[in-house]
Design a protein around this ligand. Structure first.
Ligand code: GDG
Length: 481
């Protein structure tokens, strides 16, 4: 197996230093889990930002560096200004909303691209410093869209892969970005560009056609500056067998029992508090269920975990206030002295509680208005070793392409969601099990290890070509700015 250089904005570690000591440990996110095996087995490195370490003393900083070296990870430093302009503004206030079709969330000033480029260059410097001929380089996500082209200039023969974890939007929306061409050129520095779904790849090829007048060939690759760039579809997934095992632990069963105490039916939602996840419409659908089907009053509870996210971005602060107000209004209008309909938790919960919630749910609500994949839906399915529980899933989550035995809904159609909720709550055991069996077969056979292996196999298969460099990575023909 060739050595692998993984590059992502955040490192797969959690580091804390507060002047009283340092703690560095592996994080458990989807990417960290999926790439741990190839990272360790290939003897490669992982390059990324370890988080804000400005509170660390010089001694602590040294201790952290030493620990990171042992873990084969290479930290990229970001100044406060870079965290603000590159990460909070360009990445999370501009590219993120655009790629989730939320052009209305854009700030008035769509700027900061010089800082975005500067940070991407800093990542490039570190990759070049550590690169050895024959290595595979795998760049992740929207924070590093310029990196493949910056690397191609300096490592013309390297095999470079890029995977986009969020949707690539319809060009009509993407073209609002003043830098649309420059970002696409950045991605095209790779040999293999991967998306979660065929739809996102289709949007990307439509953007290539309109910006540069190029068409993909039958094998979904395009010729770009004398190189062939493959455009692949790799739906990301979860460590399904491991989740199933952990969800079967006795502690999880005990916590599950506590969560169910005194509740006839439990609905669950688990999301970062992000406007792409569809939480307000989900709450309205739940409220409408209580109004139109009063038989569920005092019998159902809707537990919504909203994980604090991106508090440095104004749109997220505003969104939090809106959700707080909506939960307050619904509970205020519908609660009784012995029953509160919405159990809202603005916090992260420990992993065991997460698994217990998945196991306890009669109905899991995953209703984003747009989501690249959505791993929560797959984690829910993986955890249901009892083959029970109903998944209500938005057609606008990438996961809907694979999980067609879920009750698929349009999250904008609140009446339709109410019908699905009522159907889910009334579904007979036999149907629930039949659907869950099919869902589980899909998730267990298409797990995150298969995802990582299939991307890396495709990247390793890229033919190494002789260096026939052209400047930068622009195509020969341009039809539109
Ligand atoms: C992006 C794309 C794409 C959530 N709450 C808690 C907790 N979580 C964990 C879940 C899950 C992860 O966070 C969320 O993953 P998602 O995929 O649902 O969403 P994003 O964070 O938006 O991820 C998405 C993904 O990248 C991968 O490509 O699927 O479309 O937006 O793993 O379990 N974990 C714990 N406590 C919580 O309270 N421990």
């Amino acid at each position: 197996m060739p050595r692998l250089i993984i590059v992502s904005n955040r490192l797969p570690v959690t580091v804390s230093a507060d002047g009283e000591g340092t703690v560095v440990h592996h994080s458990s996110g989807g990417l960290a889990t999926g790439l741990r095996v190839p990272h360790e087995r290939s003897g490669g490195i992982w390059i990324g930002w370890p988080g804000d370490l400005s509170e660390a003393t010089p001694e602590e900083a040294l201790a952290i560096e030493e620990r990171l070296r042992e873990m084969n990870v290479v930290p990229v430093g970001l100044t406060r200004e870079e965290q603000h302009v590159y990460y909070e503004h360009v990445c999370n206030a501009v590219i993120w909303p655009l790629c989730h079709d939320r052009i209305d969330q854009l700030p008035l000033l769509v700027e900061g691209w010089g800082v975005y480029e500067r940070v991407n260059r800093r990542f490039a410097d570190l990759v070049v410093e550590h690169y050895q001929p024959g290595d595979l380089i795998w760049v992740h996500d929207y924070q590093l869209m310029r990196l493949p082209a910056l690397l191609r200039e300096r490592l013309p023969d390297a095999r470079i892969g890029f995977f986009l974890h969020i949707p690539f939007p319809n060009p009509e929306i993407f073209f609002a970005l003043p830098t649309r061409r420059w970002l696409v050129e950045g991605m095209m520095g790779a040999d293999l560009v991967g998306f979660h779904t065929r739809r996102y790849r289709g949007h990307f090829t439509a953007a290539l056609r309109r910006l540069f007048g190029i068409e993909p060939s039958a094998d979904a690759s395009v010729l770009w500056s004398h190189r062939r760039v493959a455009l692949g579809v790799f739906p990301m997934s979860v460590d399904a067998a491991n989740i199933a095992e952990r969800a079967s632990a006795p502690e999880v069963a005990a916590e599950r029992a506590e969560l169910r105490a005194g509740v006839d039916r439990l609905l669950v939602g688990i999301d970062r508090l992000d406007y792409s996840k569809g939480i307000p419409r989900r709450l309205l659908a739940f409220e409408r269920l209580l109004i139109e089907h009063p038989e569920w009053r005092e019998r159902v509870r809707f537990t919504q975990i909203a994980v604090p996210s991106r508090g440095g971005v104004r749109a997220y602060r505003r969104f939090r206030r809106d959700v707080d107000a909506l939960v307050g209004r619904i509970n205020g209008e519908h609660a009784t002295p012995t029953w509160i309909p919405v159990h809202y938790i603005y916090n992260t919960v420990p992993e065991s509680t997460l698994l217990a919630l998945y196991r306890a749910a009669d109905v899991m609500l995953v209703t984003p208005v747009r989501d690249g994949m959505n791993l929560v839906a797959k984690e829910f399915v993986a955890s249901r070793v009892d083959e029970d529980g109903v998944l209500v899933l938005s057609e606008f989550a990438g996961a809907a392409d694979e999980l067609s035995e879920a009750l698929i809904v349009n999250p904008y159609d609140i009446d339709g969601v109410v019908v699905a909720l009522d159907a889910a709550l009334n579904m007979a055991g036999m149907e629930r099990r039949a659907r869950m069996k099919t869902l589980r077969a899909q998730v267990l056979t298409h797990d995150v290890h298969r995802w990582a292996a299939s991307f890396l196999d495709a990247l390793a298969a890229v033919r190494r070509r002789k260096s026939r460099r052209t400047s930068g990575a622009s195509p020969d023909k341009a039809v539109q700015k």
